[in-house]
Design a protein around this ligand. Sequence first.
Ligand code: F6P
Length: 326
Amino acid sequence: MGKIKKIGVLTSGGDAPGMNAAIRAVVRTAVYNKIEVMGIRQGYQGMIDANFNEMNSNSVSDIIQRGGTILKTARCEKFRTPEGRKKAYDNLREAQIDGVVVIGGDGSFTGARIFNEEYDIPFVGVPGTIDNDIYGTDYTIGYDTALNTVVEAVDKIRDTASAHNRMFFVEVMGAEAGFIALYSGIATGAEAILIPETRGESRDLKKMIETGNKRKKSSNIIIVAEGEQEGGAFAIAEKLKDDFKEYDVRVSVLGHLQRGGSPSAIDRVNASRLGHAAVEALLDDQKSVMVGIQNGEISLVPFRKAVKLHKDVNHDLITLAEILSV
Ligand code: F6P
């Protein structure tokens, strides 16, 4: 252990359940290694405003089970500018912060990558987003919890759908990716799942839904990923409702409730491992890398790759969903 004596930690982008567990792991690992740790509030904006607070073991007591982020989060336009990054650098130097752990998604890592090309304070990333759309890690913090939240909601929608013979289009989050839609669709036995990953394939939406609708079922659930190219669930429902006149059609957009709630056990454990690994990476003189979990093991992935390479869904699961909905 050499030059790192004080680190900063921040959360950035959309919040995700388990971010607090990751902050806790960062702070406690720093304390364990006898290095100081500063909480940077409101993501990169807090760097630009020098919004820093010293943290210790007590600051992260009783947070492992809480959703949201105690450090607050933001999507910061100013950090995209050279002037913003210069101000951030000057403030970090002034506070004698030698390294930073950034907990966030691909937008946050893009900022971190650019900063590390310009300045010598190392940044290490921890993947935190419900979307699970980051290359180089099998799971992102928050994804498992969001998935379970969606499954619980869709199960409830199924009850009322069956009672009324209704067809429901349920829109779920995931940005440009279909992980939440595909996995929740399989887990709830959805009749069809519409995701952006099938982009470019010629698709007949009506036929896709009919595949899962050959028997006269008492309910039909179509999960629509928000990034679906045909538009959102309302647009798709409007397009298709005349083809399924036997059903009363309804739309449900689950929205931001998918981002809240107490993190699942898996998210807490992953967040603990990743937060710990990020501090270890800084102590090991790493910079401009994200820590990930691949095949159960911690891995280091350059930001360059994590933000540029596309993480695809497993296409076998798309086929599986089709088979199981006959
Ligand atoms: O990236 C997380 C996410 O929740 C996406 O699933 C969604 O598209 C987006 O953030 C919503 O962002 P906002 O909080 O700005 O509405």
